[in-house]
Design a protein around this ligand. Structure first.
Ligand code: MD6
Ligand code: FE
Length: 200
């Protein structure tokens, strides 16, 4: 569905993953984070993100003093990122019909983490979609047009999927806050967001 008629290309599938599929995906992400430990990046200006990050796939998004970029290895371990699980590759294929993603950014939020308004524009081909999967606690997601118009919010709950496609590909978006304790999927609480992209 298109929740905001004035943001065509912003697509939303509430409850796209049932609880069993969410639990299976969480287990796959936990296996990946055991291999590629979440770390806290800094902005190019040196400010730490409140979100912890890691990646799956041939390329991973990262930020440090040198800037934003995609790279094939974990910045701390130096090892390649673990593969993108088949369940996520199938989901991307079903929803987009686009050629497969080569990067999956994993964002991990505790109850106090947030993410400032940004555009996803470090990918080589900005006509390709970005697909986002939410697991765990509900987030208040904010989105508005690329050119800086009015923003509005949408709650993203565990199992919800959304995508930035076509005219919404460069929409500005971020996470205002996490509703701590809203889901029991992740032991100890928190939220995991997976964003699939074609980076290279
Ligand atoms: C988040 N999501 O949900 C942050 N990016 O934690 C994003 O930054 C995002 O939801 C591109 C497309 C969809 C998204
Ligand atoms: Fe984003």
């Amino acid at each position: 569905m298109t929740p905001f008629p004035d943001l065509p290309g912003f697509l939303y599938w509430p409850g796209r993953l049932e609880v069993a599929a969410q639990a299976a995906m969480l287990a796959e992400v936990e296996a990946a984070t055991a291999e590629a430990p979440p770390y806290r990046p800094v902005t190019p200006g040196g400010r730490p993100f409140s979100v912890r990050m890691t990646n799956m796939g041939p390329l991973g998004w990262m930020s440090d003093r040198a800037g934003y970029r995609y790279q094939p290895t974990h910045p701390e371990t130096g090892r390649p990122w673990p593969p993108i699980p088949a369940s996520l590759l199938s989901l991307w294929a079903e929803l987009t019909g686009a050629p497969p993603p080569d990067a999956c950014l994993v964002n991990l939020y505790d109850a106090d983490a947030r993410m400032g308004l940004h555009q996803d524009r470090d990918e080589a081909d900005l006509t390709q979609p970005v697909v986002s999967v939410s697991l765990g606690d509900t987030a208040v997601f904010r989105i508005g047009p690329a050119d800086g118009g009015r923003t509005r919010t949408l709650k993203l709950a565990s199992g919800d999927v959304c995508a930035l496609t076509g005219p919404a590909r460069l929409a500005r978006h971020g996470i205002d806050r996490i509703l701590g304790g809203s889901s029991s999927l992740i032991p100890g609480g928190g939220r995991i967001n997976l964003t699939l992209r074609r980076a290279g």
